[in-house]
Design a protein around this ligand. Structure first.
Ligand code: GUN
Ligand code: FE
Length: 455
């Protein structure tokens, strides 16, 4: 059924607005041969039975079982693809030390494109199996390795943004892992974008480029200026780290007398297609600037516990209407699962809400009002990410890409236990808090099965 339209008969959950769970019991999702959703037919619609019968008759019906639920595919806004090779280790040092000691030496190895292919093949396969249908990748400084990553995404069918990392400042980047100057980094960024465009088949783009200054400390003014010009000329996405840690924030403040958002705006890198990873130490003025620019934040709750020593003020950003989605920040975050990120976003928000120092008085311990609900956490993992990228993903609605997961609550090795007295909301809550890779039976991207099976 590779390029034909089809209809999925299922029970589905999605969060079309932040915090609003919609339960689609016994619905039909009609998918066109372009992989986009044509129609979401609720059980009470007059033509439900006719559509069901007709799909069944022409052999294009996929009927999920009672124990299977359809969820939108998840969007990971922040992944360091080369760091897949060190997932789950080397987390014993602060950010600035971790970069020099572990991460730059690892990333330098991607000068070897064969090595890159090996790691990237494993990464994309594993992320798809975990339900990540859209992935936003930082690559390395190497154009060829980044093209290999893009090629693997295209071949395996994962929707992605891929960025050639730009980092040229000798004061922060070692000799063995640094662009050969600002203009070389800008030229390589353009070359990567041109070759990536040539790799896409006709029709819609599956893998998009992203201009990727690693973070302000690793880039000279000339590089930031050059990349800002490319952003202006091409209108393509930009991704970078923003206000991640005390060290990074102080470094930028000392160099420019401004915060990251001010510096990025000054160089034309704070656009309505910019994804700012972390953003923990943003001031209210920074949040206003991000909102005014229409940029978005990749909230990386797990990694923040290691490198930021602070929690992103999520509720404050959401209340101001800033676009926010989730990032695993592989390998600063040790889990590849966006279900884990959603849970950790809830935990981080609870930690911020109540505070964590038992020696402090209860009233002075936290920032009340910071918590988020399970539905908000799932929205962040799906629609929040889609909105941040400006891509039609994360919701079951006509015109949106059919990027979806089948969650099998009875899978062998499942941690989800359901009982006859439980409601559909209970099922949703239990899936968000307890589903794992073992529960993800099938994954579609753009209407094509890219992991698992519905059989
Ligand atoms: N800041 C600059 N580079 C990195 C990186 O690779 N990971 C994280 N978490 N922060 C960074
Ligand atoms: Fe990061």
């Amino acid at each position: 059924m590779a390029n034909e339209g089809f209809t999925v008969a299922c029970n589905a959950f999605h969060t079309p607005q932040r915090g609003r769970l919609e339960i689609l019991e016994n619905c039909l999702i009609r998918v066109g041969d372009d992989g986009r959703i044509l129609d979401v037919v609720r059980s009470d619609r007059a033509d439900h039975a006719t559509i069901l019968r007709s799909a069944d008759n022409d052999g294009t019906l996929i009927a999920l079982a009672e124990n299977q639920y359809l969820l939108p595919g998840m969007v990971d806004l922040h992944i360091h693809a080369p760091q897949w090779a060190q997932l789950g280790k080397a987390l014993d040092a602060p950010l600035e030390e971790w970069l020099q000691k572990y991460t730059f030496p690892l990333e330098a190895k991607y000068a070897d494109t064969a090595f890159a292919r090996q790691i990237y093949g494993s990464l994309v396969e594993n992320l798809l199996a975990n339900g990540t249908t859209t992935a936003v990748y930082f690559g390395t400084i190497h154009v060829e390795a980044n093209l290999a990553l893009a090629e693997i995404c295209l071949k395996r069918g994962q929707r992605a943004l891929v960025g050639k990392v730009a980092m040229d400042d000798p004061a922060q980047c070692p000799d063995f892992y640094r662009d050969g100057g600002a203009s070389a980094a800008v030229e390589d960024t353009k070359r990567f974008m041109r070759l990536l465009a040539e790799m896409q088949s006709e029709g819609r783009t599956l893998v998009h480029p992203a201009i990727t200054p690693r973070f302000v400390p690793s880039c000279t003014d000339a590089l930031l200026e050059g990349l800002g010009r490319v952003a202006h000329e091409t209108g393509c996405h930009v991704q970078t780290h923003c206000c991640e840690s005390d060290w990074a924030t102080e470094h930028v403040q000392n160099r420019f007398g401004q915060t990251d958002t001010g510096v990025l705006a000054r160089f034309g890198l704070l656009t309505d297609k910019t994804i700012l990873a972390h953003s923990n130490f943003v001031s209210p003025e920074d949040v206003d600037r991000i909102k005014a620019a229409g940029s978005g934040v990749a909230h990386c709750p797990l990694s923040n516990f290691y490198f930021a020593d602070a929690v992103f003020p999520l509720r404050a950003a959401l209340d101001k209407g800033v676009h926010v989605g989730l990032g695993t920040d592989i390998s600063g975050g040790y889990s590849p699962s966006l279900f884990d990120s959603a849970r950790l976003a809830m935990i981080a928000a609870r930690a911020l809400n109540s505070g964590v120092d038992p020696a402090a008085a209860r009233e002075a311990r936290g920032v009340p009002g910071s918590r988020i609900t399970t539905a908000e956490a799932f929205w962040l993992a799906t629609s929040g990410g889609g909105e941040t990228l400006g891509l039609p993903v994360g919701v079951f609605a006509p015109g949106f890409e059919f990027d979806a997961l089948v969650v099998d609550v009875d899978a062998p090795a499942s941690n989800i236990s359901l009982w006859p007295f439980e409601s559909a909301v209970d099922v949703f809550d239990k899936i968000v808090l307890n589903a794992g890779r073992a529960n993800i039976a099938a994954v579609w991207v753009g209407g094509k099965i890219r992991s698992g099976t519905t059989a």
